[in-house]
Design a protein around this ligand. Structure first.
Ligand code: ZN
Length: 280
């Protein structure tokens, strides 16, 4: 499931293909994905020029001329694939296709169909139901230790779960929460409201660093972003704990009695990966 860095990478890839370009054809091959496409979705986009492609949390925000916004979410399995015009028939999971005036084709492929594409007016963007309740952007300078401390104050839930709450901070998912907690040495099991100011400051720094490194890795994959398959957003990234059950820990602790490598536990039905020695 794509998290903030993957969505940022997709947004940057789409920006290169779309900004300043006009959609000459938009084709929807089904009535919707997670929810129906808006009425006249394709007709409202066709003929319009894209001004800017950005991101809010895990949503793609595509600004078009005339104050129209296309909001997108990749769901569980959505992928944006860039290609040239093709003569081959679309695949069975190729649900939406955008063609620009430069004959660049972007195809939304989504086998599980939890993705989402909708339209709104720029004036209504901040209050849109999908965005209105979201917390701060973690890479925004306004997201600092004071802001996170206020959001965590009094919370008896584990810090792991609190960071997955999109109202606390927007865009983090299971992978980057695990990586951030490992980086700053805070146990995922700690009560969110019991972290010290110093721990919260380290956590904020860790979140920003982990995301920035992942975006940089995505950016380097974008340099050749028309990969053989043209797919945007997924890239090779070396995680320190995520998915590394039983593997050696890269913290300062190997050899310490409590460091048995990376362990996996389940919190609120989701896997958590951490080192019980490094993270206290
Ligand atoms: Zn360790």
């Amino acid at each position: 499931m794509p998290e903030l860095p993957e969505v940022e990478t997709v947004a940057r890839g789409l920006a290169g293909a779309w900004e300043g370009r006009r959609f000459v054809a938009v084709t929807c091959r089904r009535a919707g994905l997670r929810q129906p496409f808006p009425p006249d979705f394709a007709a409202r986009l066709t003929g319009r020029t894209v001004e800017q492609v950005g991101r809010r949390a895990k949503y793609l925000v595509v600004r078009l001329e005339g104050g129209l916004i296309m909001l997108g979410h990749l769901g569980m399995s959505g992928r944006m694939v860039i290609s040239g015009l093709r003569n081959t028939p679309p695949g069975r999971h190729d649900h939406v296709e955008f063609v620009t005036d430069r004959s660049v084709v972007v195809t939304l492929t989504d086998p599980r169909r939890f993705g989402l594409l909708t339209l709104c007016d720029a004036a209504g963007l901040a209050a849109h139901p999908l965005l209105a309740g979201l917390g701060p952007e973690p890479l925004d300078p306004a997201f600092d230790a004071r802001v996170l401390a206020a959001a965590l104050a009094g919370k008896a839930t584990p810090i792991k779960s609190a960071l997955l709450d999109q109202r606390v901070v927007a865009g983090l998912g299971n992978i980057y929460v695990c990586e951030s907690l490992f980086r700053c040495g805070v146990s995922p099991l700690r009560d969110a409201g019991a972290l010290t100011p110093a721990e919260i400051a380290r956590l904020v720094e860790a979140i920003k660093a982990v995301l920035a490194e992942a975006i940089a890795a995505g950016g380097s994959s974008l340099r050749d972003h028309v990969r053989p398959d043209g797919e945007l957003g997924y890239f090779q990234h070396n995680f320190k704990v995520y998915g590394r059950t039983g593997q050696p820990c890269s913290g300062p602790c190997p050899g310490a009695p409590g460091c048995g490598g990376i362990v996996r536990i389940v919190q609120s039905g989701r896997s958590t990966f951490y080192c019980a020695e490094r993270q206290v």
